[in-house]
Each structure stands twice: as structure tokens, then as C-alpha cells.
Design a protein. Structure first.
Length: 138
């Protein structure tokens, strides 16, 4: 029996899982246990995948607890990840605005009956003196 085979047989899957739960990648895990990466992943791939799934679930649980406790940043991040929300609203609503979302702003005038189509009332301009008439009087 080769040293590698013996090492793989004696290595406790619980130890591999404990390190995988820390977020270590395959290469790091293999180096920790002094086993070639390919052989390590072949032997412990299922354990590693399960540990990483547990880690993701645990992280999400912690994030949800933080959000429920009032963490606004994590609430926004979770909304973006799971609900497709953006700072300007859900993506679907941005693509197809609904009729109720359309707001028409009308100019404010002195007259309440004035509408957007009506041109704004212009103030009369003071009469300007004719430059030639100034020259004649001088």
C-alpha cells in the first residue's frame, strides 16, 4: 500500500469538513493535509461540497439575523440578491413602467386652469428708448 493511499484512508473526514467549513479552497485543503489536490478532491469532494453548503447557509442565516435586527446595509443587499431590487426600484418595473407609476408634472401658474399646453404668460417689457432719438436731443 502506498503512502498516499494509507494517508487517504487514515484521514478523518470530520477534520476535512472542519477546515472546509472555514472556507478553504481545494488547493489549500490539499496542502494542509499534504495530499495532491486531485487525489484529495476525488476522495473528499462530497464532504467538501457539503461543508461549503453548510457554510453558505450559516452565513445567510447570520445575514438574515442582522437584517432583522435593523441592519440597513444587509437589508438592501438581501433585497438586491433575492428580490432583484435596485436603488431605483425592482428591475422588472424599470423595464416596463406601469400607468400608475407615470406622473405628469404641470407648470405652476397664476391661473389654476392653465395646463401644460398653454404657453406661460409673458410679462410686458418696458419700452426701450430709440438710440437715434437720444442723439437728436443731445
Amino acid at each position: 500500500m502506498s503512502k498516499l493511499t494509507e494517508k487517504l484512508k487514515t484521514l478523518d473526514p470530520a477534520c476535512v469538513k472542519a477546515k472546509a467549513l472555514l472556507g478553504c479552497d481545494d488547493k489549500t485543503l490539499a496542502e494542509l493535509f499534504c495530499i495532491p489536490e486531485k487525489a484529495f478532491v476525488k476522495k473528499f469532494g462530497t464532504v467538501i461540497r457539503q461543508a461549503r453548503a453548510e457554510l453558505r447557509a450559516e452565513i445567510l442565516e447570520l445575514q438574515l439575523k442582522s437584517a432583522r435586527a435593523g441592519g440597513k446595509c444587509i437589508q438592501q443587499w438581501l433585497g438586491a440578491q433575492f428580490l432583484g431590487q435596485t436603488s431605483s426600484g425592482p428591475k422588472e418595473e424599470l423595464e416596463k413602467p406601469s400607468e400608475s407609476a407615470t406622473i405628469k408634472l404641470l407648470p405652476v401658474g397664476e391661473d389654476d386652469e392653465e395646463t401644460a399646453e398653454d404657453p406661460p404668460a409673458q410679462k410686458p417689457q418696458p419700452a426701450q428708448a430709440d438710440p437715434q432719438s437720444k442723439a437728436k436731443t443731445a
